[in-house]
Design a protein around this ligand. Structure first.
Ligand SMILES: Cc1cc2nc3c(=O)[nH]c(=O)nc-3n(C[C@H](O)[C@H](O)[C@H](O)COP(=O)(O)O)c2cc1C
Length: 175
């Protein structure tokens, strides 16, 4: 897909829907070494931290992608046209531990411009990020008891902040 480079200050998206309805793929690893994994994400944020444009993603330690997020210093977020929804459902249900799900999805893995973690050619939006911070969700800090209902297996997410190094997208993502 043809994409243009978008300056973070010109990035325009319905952000809540981007996470909650459209979803994205979170991919981490090395394109060169063919060592990477991807999973669908629906929780996270995009904004500004320490004067840098940044992305926050949350990954449960039980995910295969977690190993890549720990091993590598970067990740991409990619959003797709609606016709790829079934692929996002598949990549968000099956684990890379159990099958070669990227191959099976038939998405085309492509190298990134600034980081080792790859993106996908079919994406209408690619955000390249360098990890700058992590922390773990701490249940003792929940101010609403209902939040704990998300963690029946005590698999509290690890939070990663990624500095946005590059945004590429189709024109609708440009202000
Ligand atoms: C719509 C949707 C959103 C998801 N959001 C997240 C998320 O934000 N964090 C997370 O840890 N898992 C999330 N998941 C679950 C993972 O994508 C799923 O467990 C996936 O199979 C993990 O793959 P992996 O084991 O290959 O890493 C989501 C799944 C779906 C379908």
């Amino acid at each position: 897909m043809e994409r243009i480079i978008i300056e973070p200050n010109d990035f325009n998206s319905d952000l809540i829907k981007l996470w909650s309805k459209k979803w994205m793929l979170l991919t981490s690893g090395s394109y060169e070494s063919a060592d990477y994994n991807t999973m669908t994400v629906g929780w996270g944020s995009i904004g500004v931290m320490w004067n840098k444009p940044f992305v926050q993603v949350v990954v449960r330690p039980t995910r295969h992608t977690f190993k890549y997020m720990e091993k590598y210093d970067s990740f991409t977020l990619t959003a797709f046209p609606d016709k790829y929804n079934d692929k996002l459902k598949y990549l968000g249900t099956v684990s890379g531990k159990d099958e070669n799900k990227i191959n099976k999805s038939e998405l085309t893995v492509i190298s990134s411009k600034k980081i080792s973690s790859p993106g996908f050619d079919e994406a209408e939006l690619i955000i390249e990020c360098k990890k700058i911070y992590w922390d773990d969700i701490r249940p003792k800090n929940f101010l609403d008891n209902k939040i704990d209902e998300n963690y029946n297996a005590n698999d509290y997410h690890r939070i990663y902040f990624g500095e946005i190094l590059l945004i590429e997208g189709v024109i609708k993502y440009k202000k």
